[in-house]
Structure formats: C-alpha cells, structure tokens
Ligand binder design. Sequence first.
Ligand SMILES: [Zn+2]
Length: 546
Amino acid sequence: MRFKTFFQSTFLFIFLYSCGQKQQADLLVFNATIYTLDSAFSTAEAMVISNGKILETGDRRELQKKYNPTEKLDAQGKFIYPGFIDAHAHFFNYGLGLQTADLNGTKSWNEVIELLREFGTKNPEGWLIGRGWDQNDWTNKNFPENSKLNELFPDRPVILTRVDGHALIANEIALNLAGIKAGDNLTGGEIEVNNGKLTGILIDNAQNLVSNQIPIPDSMQIRKALINAQANCFAVGLTTVDDCGLNYENALQIHDAHKSGDLKMRIYVMLSDSPKNYEWVIKKGKMKTERLNVRSFKVYADGALGSRGACLLQPYSDKKNWSGFLLSSPGHFDSVASIIESQDFQMCTHAIGDSANRTILNTYARILKGKNDKRWRIEHAQVVNKNDFDMFGRFSIIPSVQPTHATSDMYWAGDRLGKEREKGAYAFNDLLKQNGWIPLGTDFPVEDISPFKTFFAAVVRKDAKGIPANGYQMNNALSRQDALRGMTIWAARSNFEENEKGSLESGKFADFVLLDKDLMTVSENEILNTQVMMTFLNGEKVFDHK
Ligand SMILES: [Zn+2]
C-alpha cells in the first residue's frame, strides 16, 4: 500500500506543478509541418525555443500546457526544416568575390566598360577587380585592348579576368605597378603587344605579375566580405557552412567577427595544407565555440576534370597519353596524414580523378586501418574506380559530394571519361551505401549557393534548365529524404556536430528555416521555386522574406 500512496502523491505533485508553474520560454512556433530530421524522420506541428535552443517539439496544445512563451509565431501551415548546412563551400572567398565586378554574361566590351564604370562609382576605393568576360560571346571576338580603361581609370589599377581564369586585361597603371614592359618574356605565359604597345592582355603565368600586386584585403574589407556572404546565405536558408581551406589567421578573423556580433553564421573551418597552419595547430590544438569549429585540414590531391587536371588511372578519353597529375607526391599525403592524425584532427582531401581517389583512399587506409569514427573525408570523390568504392565503407571514409557539380559537368564529363568510366562518376547513391550517410554541399562560389539547387540536382539529377529530360545517371539519384539528411543532419555529422545541430530536437540549436513549399511532396518542377520565408539561427530571426 505504501507504493500506492507514494504513487498517488507523486502524481498529485506533477499535476499541481504542471498547472501552477509553466516553464518560461522565448518562442512558440505553431501551425507548421516541422520536419525534425530525427532518426525516425518524424514531423511535429509546433516547437518551443529558449536561449537559442529547442526545448521541445510536439503538439501545440500540449506544449502550451507546459510552457509560457514570450513570443508566438504562426507558421500559417508552412514547412519548417533544420537550417541548411553546406558541407563544402568557400564562404570567405565568396564574400571577397562580392566586392568584385561580375562580368559574366556581358555581351560586348562596351557593356563591360559600362558595368565597370557603375561598379567603380559604388566601390570608390582600391583596385578595381572584375571577372567573367568572354569575348566569344561578343560580336567582335578579338581580345579587347585597354585604352578605354586607361582613359576612365588613370589612377586606379584595374584587372578583369576572363571567364576561365586563363587570361586577364589590366590597365596601364596596373601594368606599371607590376613593372611589365612591351617585349618582356616569361615561361608559361604571354604578354600581348600590338604595334609595339602593351594591349593589357596577359595570358596564363603572365597574369601573376599583376595579380601579385593586389594588396591583401584589409580588416574592413574582410569584415564586409563576411557580412555580405552571410546575408546571401541566410536568404537561402543556410545556417552553417564549411569553409574548405583557410589559413589560421582567417579563422581568427572569423572568430573576431563572431565576438563583435557582426557575424552570426556558424562556420566549420578546414585549415589549408601549409606548414604555418600545422605549426599553429600543434601549438594551439582545436578551436571550438558555438559558431566556429576548427578541427580539420583541407588537402588537395589533384585538379579539376574540366581542365583535365584531375588525375586518372587511364588517359583521358579526349586527350591522348594524358592522365592529369597529382598536386603533391604520395609521400606528402602520407606525412601530413600522420601530423593530422597525431593532433586528432580530421583530414579532408580534394580528390576528383579515380587515381587521386585511389591514392588518398590508400593513404587514409594506412592510418585508419579499419572501421573507425575519425570521419576523414574525401571532398568531391568525383570519379571512383568500381573496385575502390568498398574502401569508403571498409575504412569509414566519408565522401563529401556536391550534386550541382554532376549537373554542371554532365555536358562534357562523358567526353573526358568515356561511357564506362563515367558510370563511376558523381555516383552519390553508390557512395551513400558505403557508410549509410553522406554530406552534401555546393562548392560555392564555383556553383550557386542555393541549397534548393543541391536538393534538385541530388533528387532529379537535372540542371536548372531541366536538362536532361530523364535525369543524368538516375541510378545514382538520392531519395528526397536522403538528400535532405545530406544537407542537414549528415552534414552536421561530417563536422562532428550532430549532437548540437542538423535536426530539430530537444537541446539542439534553434537553427531552422520556414519554407513556402514542402520539399518532401512538392512537384519536381516547383522545387527550384521554393522560397525561404524566414531563417532562424540560435532562435534569432536572421532573414525575413516579408
Ligand atoms: Zn572547393
């Protein structure tokens, strides 16, 4: 009987407590379909938030019995997802790029000049830098000459890089600062001259002569870059980005911007493969705050497939006797892997070609030895030999892939690789099967920042123009659920952050997006029209579409 009495009084106590004292909370969100991204992929109608964290998800009435929220948000029947995480991007450089003129799509040299004049007025200080012109798109298909630039900007250095990055045009003052004279020669580059005068066109290695003169961005420019980048990211629902390859000084600049409150975006920094970064890590170890996590290195194994810099096991199908090359010796990869292992850091290596992937898989395997939880990543894992896929599973190596690369490259990937090899390229579903999870990203600014383009490319394997009609290598499409996991909880896991973000569960950060469409059910051709209505980070509204 004593048990019964005890039970009754306990029950009474809970009853009184729940009626009398509601728990204070900051925000109740209700009237939503909340995709929690918990392990059961369950949904909820409401959630309660306090101090930047989720207290509970569930039914509105139940939650209102327990909590007394200061604010309420009626989601008006719309759809909520965890804030998107881009597992592979270049946030810092993207931000700096926003301070340069975008010349993509210009139809004539005159249009370039007009655009630049406007840009120069809005951005009155320092070098004028632009990128993206392509004389093949113009009526006059010759390289331009710099006379107009000299006239308009006599005191301000200008350099405008061609769309492919293999040529640029500089004005007179920029050429003077670099000490370039008509008739100068150098290996691996060309300085164009017409009637004995410099035209301003510099090709390949000659570009470095002027680009080396550009002053490194000052702290104001960096702060502005970070703020601009985050504004664009919040508008598309990103609340965490992985910045793949920064120096430790950049990580410290990000930390300062966080402390000042200017920068709110959560950033997972991979440090670049350079001696000073290793020295810094050996001295300082990991760095972790609620918004910054530095515990990994980014290493490059090879180049890109488009420019035939990716390292292949067999020659390119469209270039005889050419297989690309590794950017460092296998010995270098082994030695940095040992340093990274000794500091308990994560190694993330860019590998595009099947030979680069095999080299890195073997390097990792020697250190990792078997199944493990070190989550060493291969960035892109773009072309994998069919005999090598199982190494990802055997050594718990995480492929970190970018679905929009597949739909950007599909136009020429078959030319480079041939039909047979192409089957092992952009093989996201085959890679997913290896460990049962896969993080997704964009590689922006190489691709667009939009997570919806990632989702679309992953699920329907078409580009934004809807090409190809039946999807590209559809056997490697991801399900909608898996694509969403790849942009949230699996991306968090690839950063060792799955206990703090990536799903909307009790105790995790209140990082979430409110969308006007349901990504799980919206028709295929509506996916790219999805609008972010609001973005919340740490319980704070950081974007409102209005
Ligand atoms: Zn990248």
